[in-house]
Design a binder for this molecule. Sequence first.
Ligand code: PLP
Length: 444
Amino acid sequence: MKESYLIKPLLDENYPVAAYGKGIYLYDSEGKEYIDGSSGAVTAGIGHGVLEIAAVMKEQAEKVSFVYRSQFSNEPAEKLAVKLKSWAPGDVNWTFFVNSGSEATETALKVALQYWQEKGKPTKTKVLSRWMSYHGITLGALSMSGHVGRRERFTPLLEDFPTLNPPYCYRCPFNRTYPECALHCAKELETAIRRIGADHIAAFIAEPIIGASGAAVVPPDGYYETISEICKRNDILFIADEVMTGIGRCGTRFAIDHWNVTPDIMALGKGLGAGYAPIAATMISDRVMEPIFKGSKLIMSGHTYSANPQSAAVALTVLNYIERHNLIEQSRNVGAYLKDQLKVLQQKYPMIGDVRGRGMLTGVEFVSNIFNKLPFASEIHVSRTIIERAMKKGLIVYPASAGVDGLGGDAVIIAPPLVTKKEEADKIVRLFDQTVKEVQDELQ
Ligand code: PLP
């Protein structure tokens, strides 16, 4: 494109122009084919170019594409809330629609504070979180995010919420090993509560599997059961940020389903609209809604486009599509296969330190030395090089950081659409194999 006034992520970078998408493939305006090995930003869960969605969009636009939530309810949003109730664990039954993951987590924060206000405990205002986490880019969501790089420019405006170390067994922040560690990382929550005082803490928020700031870090068994028990005992709400991990991405409806835990509040985004419409949601349990129903009867949040009929119709079709095509099972099975194949590459290439994840969310961490797990010097830009070389070969993978301090460390996320077949996973692994070989040879 000759003339462009579009502000892009890196201002002096020339990005290919997307022209067409089908299934797990994207094509640029020059006709080059790419495998969408990251579903964009871990978003395009049902793949590209699903005609059923296009038909629903047209149908809904012809009926009514916008009503304001303070003036009208609408059928797609009502139906979607019922569908989400059937998907969500335990008594997480209520949905407040927003437009992005950041709005979903920020609404979760506000709901948590409001819950305690309605219960007569207005001093409970802090939301504890972990370093090595990302909950969104707006100031409230960023305050909860332990992502050093994204926080640092705005530090004076942010609350100091991140407190805990991540459950990152590959580089245990406590230099311990599971199970001898006795889940020290989860028990740290109790220490933080004692230091700060439960009277000041509204909630604890976590990505059940750490995404962009950790590359699919799966906590050890028992971690969330311990977290949940500590939260309950101290009167602290547990918010599961399922923006990246939800809607079948991790081989279950929500990643938290891998543990025997029901969150009080959940944030959803990305895969809900699957890239077809901007829609996200904050889901709230009966327990949390109860005092609000009895009290102010109003959630003090909302956006012009909240519960937009057009977006809701799309998301409802996405969920039905996932059910009808058994995509959660496919995500579980093909995801496990993909991870196994990436582990084979790990045996071949010493620069692959770790392969991890669940379902169709896989992380690959790179190290300069597999024995002491020393990261590469940041000036070498290993993940960026891997991403660029993969892109040249027609494979899209997603950047992630992997340092315990939220800075440094090289990793990528491989998270193709849930519709990916085994043969397509093989193709992804083949291209990734060639990419890692090329970069590894150059580094030697
Ligand atoms: N929470 C998690 C876990 C995410 O991964 C993201 C985005 O990457 C967000 C929240 C923010 O979502 P959005 O970019 O839609 O605002």
